[in-house]
Design a protein around this ligand. Structure first.
Ligand code: ADP
Length: 645
């Protein structure tokens, strides 16, 4: 396996707690974060319980590099401990914590370790505090300079304009240890506060949790369902899972998920009625102070939910992606006609069929169906079709990475108008919509997901600069890159050296080379010409006649399988998705091409662009068919006879 590119060194200070547990899962699953220390503190539950629960979550996730677990303060700085077991269950995990006494030998020096990491990593270090701020206040007390030098402290706590939750005035974390909260917020650390004002803007609806986890959830999703059950169905019957702590971790992963204000915030410690109240100075004309903190006020709720769903819930959450697809997603509007119309002709067909398409999505789904954990970066509109697409990707086990609309109105989800003739041949017109807004900047969301052994796939239904940025990022990370230059368009010279395998069809190969590509011999010549232009390897797909590939030294042909074609829409996409999955699984290129050729042949025997081709069916066809082995394909240029048609 490739070494996991490391994220930012991170400390999670926590008192699990159901939503803390979810937050910890999200942090441990985030490639953006490299969690080095999980420090526990008394809060939702007593310290020993919090520590046992943190250890349980670590066992459940079993991250490749296990962070250190350390115990911190067992009670607030000046007060007796008040817990929230009424909400989180006596065990803190909604009754789902394993029985037993918890882990042994957990060191009790959390505060010293926080300080040590602050000294070691300084501006790189992220600290996310999900419970009362007792440990963090103690760390500041121990070494204020080091703590001021950290990169960012994200605190879940307080209520700025919103009412409290545990009392009318106070939010729970601040109410448990107001002295610690006040010390931390006035200490001049680079702090982002995530108060109830922000966290109350999102909940994970029960139906969506079920949807994402699947009907028979297993693995981590089953744990999430178990720990949230009593909160969702028990005495409180809350309408959707509150996500206070997961939002704080989400903000640590991606600060753009929230909008913020800079405010001076103090915490009331003297009063009895208002203990723990967080008081922000909201006076106009106030001068900014160095101790001001950044306060999250607005939330891009949909993106937070997607982050949680894709990283923690759902089938796709189980393994890190090995195939990453950057590309388009369209609603397909298809009509079957007796013959394809010529220009100016109107042809009446059968009723309208609506489906999911877009070359990017088709390829992502094909890779996922082929068994590769797959992530898909795409833009979808904030419309019904976009919502339906998100749900579809979730159901199909593809991790959808869909950037939010940003400023201004989001363009609509892309759409394709497809006309299918009687022999399965098609004509397609596309309205790109949101696909045209997928930007090179969006590719940053792929950080941490690409590395040696992984495969990046992209096509030309999104802007060329985005295609180039994705290829560049993948190349820099050591991933294998596949470009499907579809639909045909001229490619800037800078692209070729970034591509390991170019996969055009006949039309695209002809357009790129200016050569005729009507048969395997001509396809071989085109493939060789493209290698001459800097592409490492080229595989030209030839519909029913299979595929021809060349790396400049060898040129081979894999004949097509004899199948009854019903609908060739998306044949090339199945080919590309299967090829990526096979390469990610470690197959050599010749074997991977043979699998792709077989899967694509199976795909054309069924209607639709997103046919899920089973692995067993591909195995069977490969065992039976002639298209299981590449043969030599000579080009006319070399003066020899062509392939084996
Ligand atoms: P695109 O869908 O991009 O036009 P092609 O038509 O070249 O791509 O098809 C891609 C692959 O799908 C082919 O290389 C082949 O493996 C398979 N394929 C397509 N049509 C058929 C068919 N009629 N019979 C068998 N295999 C097919």
């Amino acid at each position: 396996m490739p070494a996991r590119p490391r994220g930012r060194p991170t400390i999670i200070d926590t008192d699990p707690g159901v939503d803390d547990a979810l937050a910890l899962m999200l942090a441990l699953r985030a490639p953006e974060l490299d969690v080095r220390l999980v420090s526990t503190v008394a809060g939702n539950v007593p310290l020993a319980r919090a520590t046992a629960n943190a250890a349980t979550v670590l066992d459940w996730i079993d991250p490749p590099a296990r962070p250190l677990l350390a115990r911190g303060h067992a009670r607030p700085l000046r007060r007796r401990l008040r817990t929230a077991t009424a909400v989180h269950g006596d065990d803190g995990l909604g009754g789902a914590a394993p029985l037993g006494r918890g882990p042994r030998g957990v060191p009790g020096d959390a505060v010293a370790r926080i300080v040590a990491l602050a000294r070691q990593h300084a501006g790189d270090l992220l600290v996310v505090a999900l419970g009362p701020l007792t440990n963090i206040a103690a760390a500041i007390e121990a070494d204020r300079r080091a703590m001021r030098g950290i990169g960012r402290l994200v605190v879940m706590g307080g209520a700025i304009r919103a009412p409290g939750n545990v009392t009318a005035a106070a939010e729970f974390n601040f109410w448990v240890d107001p002295e610690a909260a006040d010390r931390v917020l006035t200490a001049g650390l680079p702090t982002t506060l995530v108060p109830l004002d922000a966290t109350h803007q999102i909940r994970l609806p029960r139906a969506r949790l079920r949807d994402a986890a699947g009907r028979r959830p297993s693995g981590l999703a089953a744990r999430v369902v178990a720990i949230t059950r009593s909160l969702l169905d028990g005495r409180f019957r809350v309408d959707g899972m509150p996500l206070h702590d997961p939002l704080a971790v989400a903000v640590a992963i991606d600060p753009s998920l929230v909008s913020t204000e800079r405010l001076a915030v103090r915490v009331e410690t003297a009063s009895t009625l208002c203990a723990g109240l967080s008081l922000a100075d909201l006076r106009t004309g106030r001068t900014a102070a160095p101790t001001d903190v950044t306060v999250a006020t607005g939330v891009d709720g949909e993106r937070v939910l997607e982050l949680l769903e894709s990283r923690v819930l759902g089938r796709c959450a189980r393994r890190a992606p090995t195939v990453v697809v950057v590309g388009s997603a369209n609603t397909d509007l298809a009509v079957r006609v007796p013959h394809l119309p010529v220009p100016g002709e109107t042809v009446h067909g059968a009723s309208l069929e609506t489906g999911f398409g877009g070359k990017g999505a088709n390829q992502a789904l094909a890779a996922s169906a082929a068994g590769a954990p797959t992530a898909f970066l795409a833009r979808l509109g904030s419309d019904e079709r976009g919502d339906a697409y998100r749900a579809h990707l979730g159901r199909s086990g593809v991790e959808a990475i869909t950037p939010g609309p940003g400023r201004g109105r989001a363009p609509p989800t892309g759409a394709a108008l497809i006309v299918v003739g009687p022999d399965g041949a098609n004509q397609i017109a596309v309205a790109p919509g949101a696909n045209a807004a997928l930007s090179p900047r969006d590719c940053r969301l792929l950080t941490g997901r690409l590395g040696p052994g992984r495969v990046l796939v992209t096509q030309l239904e999104v802007p060329l600069p985005t295609v180039e940025a994705a290829l560049r990022l993948a190349r820099a990370a050591g991933a294998t890159t596949i470009l499907n230059p579809a639909p045909a368009a001229p490619l800037p010279a800078a692209i070729a050296p970034l591509v390991d395998i170019l996969v055009p069809n006949e039309v695209e190969a002809a357009a790129l080379t200016g050569l005729g590509v009507a048969d395997p011999r001509e396809a071989a010549a085109a493939a060789e010409a493209l290698v001459g232009r800097g592409f490492r390897q080229v595989a030209v797909t030839l519909g029913a006649r299979g595929v021809v590939w060349s790396d400049g030294v060898r040129t081979r042909r894999i004949p097509g399988h004899a199948v009854a074609a019903v609908d060739t829409t998306g044949a090339g996409d199945t080919f590309v998705g299967e090829l990526a999955a096979a390469l990610a699984a470690g197959l050599a290129l010749a074997q991977a091409l043979a699998r792709a050729n077989a899967a694509a042949a199976l795909a054309v025997t069924r209607p639709g662009a997103q046919v899920r081709v089973g692995r067993a069916a591909v195995d069977r066809l490969l065992a039976a068919g002639p298209g299981n082995r590449p043969t030599r394909a000579r080009t006319r240029r070399h003066g020899a006879q062509g392939g084996d048609d």
